[in-house]
Write a protein that binds this ligand. Structure first.
Ligand SMILES: [Zn+2]
Length: 476
């Protein structure tokens, strides 16, 4: 199956051709670990996690690298504000990031380098760029000579003149040209520094990614990903540094995910519509956030609002509902076969993968899950076909990182928690015990008590369903 990806470098959807057959090397810009991750981070991480799964499903051996930027301007500023060492700030937020990603079902990358572990390599590439005339030192800072690289602007489609008109010309600057950017920054008082041929200082942000990607993936690798807000200047500068230092193309395919809006507005702290992953997973079941994210193709902009999440919850409930019903009646042996994937429906898998191979069209792929759900509902649970449908649902869910929760458990936790929700008042054990009491009451024909318990559960937003003499419950 041919995989097509939209390449920002060529502005075209292209057939993916790996450098080495059967292998794909991917680098994605990680977070600057000065604060908790927000919804924008969740989107990129989820989208490219799914891309990685798709490559694996197509039989590729994947190497996926995502870094931590643990030294840059934001890190320094925040550590001074909070009066804690930068290393402590980094440690705290790396842990926070990893927890958020785990909550969202994002697999850890194969390599997760920290910028500060590669300072020597950053000095080395900077030295090389100076030696080749692509960079110059000025008062302890080393700048990249943008005009020296003819292809500057090829990723963002910006030309030097456009860029010049958008720049405020700095007076008394150490730069030869206002467009030049820092590879190495001279030490300022109170900042962490490393020794270098240009005196004490620290790396610029862009050089970090050029170095870490080369360390793990080589001078030329297959795919570089990131948010569309990183195209300029960050990715443009990565290309300039790496291609001038190595005399080779940097990344063959550049994939950029679209931005996320909150209630139609750009997410920003000053607008008060900023959502951290930590806050969101308190309100929404994490898998719901993942499902919502995948409801749009990764390049489209995505509007996060409560109504959209509620709609996603309905969709996921529909899939889980069919699975739960099937599970409660399916013959045991058939279930085993479904779980170990010995019976799957290849045509549905192909339709799903074809959608994902069309520039990761996740909404179209999710439509296959709904089609399977419809089938599962219409089939006799004991039929072999139902088992195959169930197994295929699980298998495709795995590629999207969805349906990870046992179906009967899914309905026992609220998918959306509102502040006024009262359904957290009863624990699972208390509910089970009340249901037992109700069943006893019914056996003893004490209808009054049975109804009373049912009402009590209803008031706590617990829905009861009597099925084949068994009572199942779910939270609304
Ligand atoms: Zn980067």
């Amino acid at each position: 199956m041919e995989l097509k990806l939209y390449n920002t470098l060529t502005n075209k959807k292209e057939i993916f051709k790996p450098i080495e057959p059967g292998k794909v090397k991917i680098y994605t810009c990680g977070v600057t670990v000065y604060d908790h991750c927000h919804l924008g981070h969740a989107r990129g991480s989820i989208n490219f996690d799914v891309m990685r799964n798709v490559f694996k499903a197509l039989g590729y051996e994947v190497t996926y690298v995502k870094n931590y930027t643990d030294i840059d301007d934001k890190m320094i500023k925040r550590s001074l504000e909070r009066r804690i060492p930068i290393a402590e700030l980094a440690k705290e937020n790396i842990e926070s990031h990893d927890k958020d990603m785990a909550d969202l079902g994002v697999n850890p990358p194969d390599q997760a380098p920290k910028a500060t572990d590669y300072i020597d390599d950053m000095i080395e590439i900077t030295r090389k760029l100076v030696e080749k005339g692509y960079a110059y030192e000025s008062n302890g800072t080393v700048f990249f000579r943008v005009r020296k690289f003819d292809e500057y602007g090829k990723l963002s489609g910006k030309n030097i003149d456009d860029l010049m008109s958008g720049i405020r010309v700095e007076i008394d600057s150490d730069k030869e040209d206002a467009l030049d950017f820092a590879l190495w920054k001279a030490a300022k008082p109170g900042e962490p520094t490393w020794e270098s041929p240009w005196g004490p200082g620290r790396p610029g942000w862009h050089i970090e990614c050029s170095v870490m990607s080369k360390h793990y993936l080589g001078e030329t690798f297959d795919i570089h990903t990131g948010g569309s807000d990183l195209i300029f200047p960050h990715h443009e500068n990565e290309i300039a540094q790496s291609e001038c230092a190595n005399d080779k193309p940097y990344a063959n395919y550049w994939l950029h995910n679209g931005m996320i809006k909150i209630r139609s507005q750009k997410m920003s702290k000053s607008l008060g519509n900023f959502a951290t992953i930590k806050d969101l997973v308190k309100q929404y079941q994490p898998e719901l956030i993942r499902f919502f994210t995948l409801s749009a193709q990764y390049r489209q902009s995505l509007d996060f609002n409560h109504e959209a999440l509620a709609k996603s919850a309905e969709g996921l409930d529909r899939i889980y509902g069919a699975m739960e019903k099937y599970l409660s009646v399916a013959p045991r042996e058939q279930l085993e076969n479904s779980r170990n994937k010995s019976i799957l429906i290849q045509s549905e898998i192909d339709t799903f993968l074809e959608a994902m191979c069309d520039d990761l069209n996740s909404p179209k792929a999710i439509a296959v899950l709904f089609e399977l759900t419809r089938k599962l509902n219409s089939l006799e649970a004991s039929s072999d076909e139902a088992g195959a449908v169930y197994g295929t649902l699980l298998h495709l869910g795995e590629i999207l990182g969805l349906l990870r929760i046992p179906a009967d458990q899914w309905f026992k936790t609220p998918r959306i928690r509102t502040i006024a929700a009262s359904n957290e008042g009863l624990s699972d054990d208390e509910i089970d015990s009340l249901i037992d009491q109700r069943n006893q009451a019914r056996k003893g024909k004490n209808w009054e008590l049975a109804d009373k318990i049912r009402n009590q559960l209803q008031d706590a937003s617990i829905v009861l369903e009597d099925r084949d003499g068994k009572t199942v419950w779910r939270r609304k």
